[in-house]
Design a protein around this ligand. Structure first.
Ligand code: NIG
Ligand code: FE
Length: 422
């Protein structure tokens, strides 16, 4: 049976070009006042002014849901490290005592301190934990999320993490897209020899992950003390040869060259971009690489520097926003908080921030042709908010304003009996 979501005070469709949005197009939100969305079999049949949608032949017999509020495409969180066994509370205490990212790493914290518990955790509890976390994302209006491996850093554990994503898909309606991030850090067994570990990844981990169809993307942390731009090029080219789309963590802590290496290897996105210069920005624009900004991690690390969103947008680079949810640098799953930081610390407008969290997030995951906008024929992934004006989503912060999430036409919150369990 069709469902008619109606009485929407402000519907943001983001209808527009079938491509990542750049420049002024990032401010085109497709606002409809007093709108409606008609959904059948998980697909949007019609979206627009209430009166026009009500004339659709399926509207006559549809189940009617009077929603009020603001409706957007569900958030597409295109960068998360959602699988980890334990929070890193020791890192947190050190940081509150003034320790920096490299100081925490040198003291045995950071990425490597997550691998012990992840290696020990069996696959089934890992998948169940991931599905419980997925419920938190759905509650906040996220309908699709990318999930990276990268806390196993051995053949067995990296494959286990990706298989856990596959298992978790059966347990949660949140759409999960897996990324192999075996090149996240150099595990202790390799005694700091990043080249030897990278050779192992290329000989063993990448081909097995690709052969089992476990990952859509391959990602690498290009930074001093992790992997070099040359290693990034080698890894991403090999990943692409095996059918995994390249992504890169680049220019997070310093200007090191990962963004240019990623763009040259055909990266769909270059993520963080805190320290990009003009030549990095030009490389992204020319290669069609999306800049995925993760400003909630800057906030959480107490950094005064935030990614240069204004320059990126002015230069025509499509910008996406994501949480970077992870146990070390950003334990936040709520995209509404990311919107707030993007507006208050990166000078993005609410319109740009919302575009970056929906349409451009979808393109950063290569699914912009079915997700990220509300238009006939697209997947019915919707997020409803208890607000009068869409700008309230960026204006209020620290709370969850999402009142209902709809994934592939299925109502996940807001209707008695369908509340998510966590
Ligand atoms: O995106 N920079 C590398 N990776 C993560 C941090 C992960 C962690 O600290 O566990 C990031 O910030
Ligand atoms: Fe990350």
């Amino acid at each position: 049976m069709a469902i008619l979501f109606t009485g929407i005070k402000q519907l943001l469709t983001f209808a527009g070009d079938d491509a990542p949005r750049a420049g002024a197009a990032m401010r085109e939100i497709g606002l409809v006042k007093n709108g409606a969305v008609l959904v059948e079999k998980g697909i949007v049949e019609a979206a627009g002014p209430r009166a026009a949608v009500a004339r659709h032949r399926l509207a006559k017999t549809a189940k009617v849901v009077e929603t009020g509020g603001v409706c957007l495409p569900g958030f597409v969180d295109s960068h998360t490290h959602m699988i980890f066994a334990e929070p890193r509370l020791k890192d947190f205490s050190m940081r509150t005592a003034g320790a920096s990212y490299p100081e925490i790493k040198a003291a045995g914290g950071g990425i490597l301190s997550s691998i012990g518990a992840v290696r020990k955790q069996p696959l089934k509890p890992m998948a169940a934990q991931l599905a419980r976390r997925a419920a938190r994302f759905l509650e906040c209006g996220t309908t699709t999320a990318e999930v990276k491996s990268g806390y196993g850093l051995s053949l067995d554990s990296e494959l286990k993490m990706l298989r856990a994503v596959r298992e978790a898909r059966k347990l949660t309606p949140l759409e999960l897209l897996p990324t192999l991030l075996a090149a996240h850090s150099v595990p202790p067994e390799f005694n700091g020899d990043s080249q030897k570990y990278l050779d192992h990844i290329i000989a063993e981990i990448l081909p097995k992950a690709a052969a089992e169809g476990l990952a859509v993307f391959a990602d690498i942390f290009c930074e001093k003390g992790y992997f070099t731009p040359e290693q990034t090029t080698t890894y991403l080219k090999e990943a692409a040869r095996l059918g995994l789309r390249p992504k890169v963590h680049s220019e997070q802590l310093s200007n090191y060259g990962g963004t240019r290496a990623g763009a040259a290897a055909g990266a769909v996105s270059a993520d963080h971009a805190d320290h990009v210069y003009a030549e990095d920005i030009a490389a992204m624009r020319d290669a069609g690489t999306i800049a995925t900004l993760l400003p909630a991690s800057n906030y959480y690390l107490g950094l005064s520097k935030f990614p240069p969103a204004r320059e990126l947008i002015a230069e025509g680079v499509p910008v996406a926003l994501a949480t970077d949810f992870n146990p070390g640098t950003c334990p936040c799953w709520n995209m509404q908080f990311v919107l707030s930081v993007a507006c208050t610390h990166c000078a993005m407008t609410p319109e740009e921030a919302l575009c970056a969290a929906t349409v451009n997030g979808a393109w950063a995951l290569g699914i912009g042709d079915r997700c990220g906008v509300i238009a006939p024929g697209r997947q019915a992934d919707l997020a409803f908010f208890a607000a009068y004006d869409y700008r309230e989503l960026c204006y209020y912060f620290g709370a969850n304003q999402c009142s209902m999430t709809v994934k592939k036409g299925k109502i996940l919150r807001g209707t008695p009996g369908t509340l998510l369990s966590c």
